[in-house]
Design a protein around this ligand. Sequence first.
Ligand SMILES: NC(=O)c1ccc[n+]([C@@H]2O[C@H](COP(=O)([O-])OP(=O)(O)OC[C@H]3O[C@@H](n4cnc5c(N)ncnc54)[C@H](O)[C@@H]3O)[C@@H](O)[C@H]2O)c1
Ligand SMILES: O=C(O)C(=O)C[C@@H](O)[C@H](O)[C@H](O)COP(=O)(O)O
Ligand SMILES: [Zn+2]
Length: 358
Amino acid sequence: MKANLTVHTQSHDYPIVITSQCDLAKEVAPYIKGKQVMVVTNTTVEKLYLQALVEGLQADFEVLTVVLPDGEQYKTQQYIDQIYDALMDNHCSRDVTLIALGGGVVGDMTGFAAASFMRGVNFIQIPTTLLSQVDSSVGGKTGINHPKGKNMIGAFWQPQMVLADMHTLTTLPQRELSAGMAEVIKYALIMDADFLTWLEDNMSALMSLDKVVLAEAVARCCQYKADIVAQDERESGKRALLNFGHTFGHVIETHEGYGKWLHGEAVAAGMVQAAQLSQKMGWISEADVQRISKVLQAAQLPIKPPAIDTQIALDLMQHDKKVKSGQIRLILLKSVGEAVVTADFDQSLLEAVLTETL
Ligand SMILES: NC(=O)c1ccc[n+]([C@@H]2O[C@H](COP(=O)([O-])OP(=O)(O)OC[C@H]3O[C@@H](n4cnc5c(N)ncnc54)[C@H](O)[C@@H]3O)[C@@H](O)[C@H]2O)c1
Ligand SMILES: O=C(O)C(=O)C[C@@H](O)[C@H](O)[C@H](O)COP(=O)(O)O
Ligand SMILES: [Zn+2]
């Protein structure tokens, strides 16, 4: 099985290649322009997939490697310096290609290093988690966290290609598979009610790693994301829909300490909060909120946030990148499968959602 999609952006178009099992080096080699390649990974993925990739590339390229510590808590200025240091120490030039081999943390950090080193060098995404295959590797959002806010420092920088090999998911811990499923469910809730029905029907196949069903889910999500990115690469409008559940979710991640709640877990609980507010607005029904909670639970995801003081949550929300002139803007559901970005909600309803879930 091999599927190809194309992402159209202002800088360039690039392919997303989805395979059931492939030689990673062979697939990415045609997209490497210069002689130098730097593969960035972490201590977990290193043991699983680095050696084969490096050996496969060594015949044609000078291959350097950077192995970061594993975890969201290392998605920081301090640890991205390890990539810059290696680029400098090895006299890398502008035609170096960076390869991100790993999940969304490695992908976001490598992408930002590529965006900023010498004001921009090429990079390739080899996402190895479900979350990174369906979401973070596509669309060019790159960056690192700040202690006071998620992804606060970053850049839009598109990869030269994305290679999603379903085989890499066979080694993924179940908790990480669930976390990725949160972003899969997100696409259904914001864009396609039929996809939600499909997910409800196929959740057990997905959770038991049926490669064919997984590849279909990955391809559908990548297509949704590619369509949105093609229309609004830099999030001046429609792209913000991809942030459904994230204003609430980022509060959880920041408040609890990066890495305690996985990004997908925080987004899952955040999507329930956004759904509850959508219900309070009179847009969706109690039954819709129940249905959303049920599909998240089927993916073994949390549906309740941890206890966070309402005022602290509101203060953290003020750091959200969607805030305009001090006004919090949220993604809410008009119906299941249709989302809107709005600042037009009563603050007391938002406070009620934040308070009720304590
Ligand atoms: N740029 C974007 O558009 C975007 C979109 C969504 C999320 N994100 C970011 O992505 C990050 C979350 O990504 P994630 O969920 O992939 O987390 P992650 O990168 O931390 O990976 C999850 C865990 O799985 C391990 N792992 C990775 N691949 C594996 C494999 N094949 N087998 C076994 N273990 C493996 C990792 O070492 C890690 O421990 C967050 O920082 C989030 O903010 C970015
Ligand atoms: O690609 C996007 O656009 C998204 O918002 C995808 C999100 O799933 C992802 O978590 C993203 O990193 C959040 O972006 P941020 O700008 O809210 O930090
Ligand atoms: Zn996300």
